[in-house]
Design a protein around this ligand. Structure first.
Ligand SMILES: [Zn+2]
Length: 314
């Protein structure tokens, strides 16, 4: 059987030697292998949190065998597991066939994201493959699910999608199969697109509908066939619908995300406030002048009033 390897832009590390088995409650068994004793405790805790966080997306999840988390301390050790074709920006990998996750040590490598987020991402890959039990999962769905369970949709993702829509740079879903060959910038867009796609499905279907969707794929033992049975759409048609949705959603969002637009709005509001202030000041001045004029005004008396004496005749 061909070894399935699912990479991510994240990772963790340690090394072989000490073995620390974590939790075996509720039929859950997680094993952490790490030679750095100072990391063991934090990785144990992160592994438990990651497992339950991902499991929460499933109904009636049944773990299939012990999950091993290996933390390595060298590139050589890491690439011994990865093999050829793994991108240099990768920091972790899920090995569904081995029920294992391999991470670079957070003590020795710079992580692009928090360690816990990376581990949860890889756990997402692993549990999804267990849930679908061997179905051939397309890369966009695999990465999108791992993103959805490990992070939240933020302004950063919105900006990435908005710029891609305006630049007409959206990558078709079927092109994401080769994400390992992308440079880091293109890979970032690919991961964000995958995230957007799976989130789109999850939000449309809800948790129960999403689980029925996964179950249908599992029963069909084929993602494309199961996808059609569950949604009534081919993946090609679905990809078109999703692209139309994001083009509508992120078309105008660009303006909101663009700092130049924000500065323009702030300047316009400042000028408007200044004009309003000047108008109020002018009106107040006019009112004061009117009041002053009326306070000095003496209306003429009836019957001609008093006789006015010409002071020049004094
Ligand atoms: Zn991944």
């Amino acid at each position: 059987m061909q070894l399935i390897k699912v990479c991510s832009i994240f990772f963790i590390i340690c090394a072989w030697g000490s073995i620390n088995t974590v939790h075996s409650t509720d039929n859950v068994e997680l094993e952490v292998i790490c030679t750095n004793s100072t990391l063991n405790k934090s990785i144990d805790k992160a592994a438990q949190i990651a497992y339950y966080k991902v499991q929460d997306y499933f109904d009636d999840f049944q773990q299939l065998g012990k999950i091993t988390i290996k933390v390595v301390e060298s590139d050589k050790e890491f690439y011994d597991y990865m093999g050829d074709g793994f991108p240099d920006w990768g920091v972790g990998v899920a090995l569904p066939d081995e029920n294992a996750i391999v991470m670079k040590s957070p003590d020795l490598y710079n992580y692009p994201h928090e360690f816990d987020e990376v581990l949860t991402h890889e756990m997402g890959h692993l549990l999804l493959h267990q849930k679908l039990n061997g179905a051939d999962i397309p890369r966009w769905f695999d990465e999108g699910f791992a993103q959805m369970v490990s992070t939240s949709w933020s302004l950063q993702q919105m900006t990435t999608m908005t710029l891609a829509v305006w630049g007409n740079n959206i990558i078709p879903l079927d092109h994401l199969e080769t994400v390992n060959q992308f440079d880091q910038a293109k890979a970032k867009l690919a991961y964000t697109e995958s995230f957007s796609t799976v989130l789109y499905i999850y939000q449309k279907a809800g948790k129960t509908g999403f689980n029925k969707f996964l179950e249908t794929i599992h029963l069909n033992s084929d993602f494309e066939r199961g996808f059609y049975a569950a949604t009534g759409y081919t993946i090609k048609k679905f990809s078109e619908l999703w692209q139309n949705d994001i083009k509508n959603k992120y078309h105008w969002a660009f303006l909101i995300n663009d700092p130049r637009f924000i500065y323009f709005i702030m300047l316009a509001l400042f000028l408007l406030a200044l004009v309003v202030k000047l108008i109020k000041k002018y009106k107040l001045k006019r009112e004061l002048e009117e009041t002053h004029y009326h306070s000095n005004y003496e209306p003429p008396l009836e019957n001609g009033g008093p006789t006015i004496i010409n002071p020049k005749k004094w």
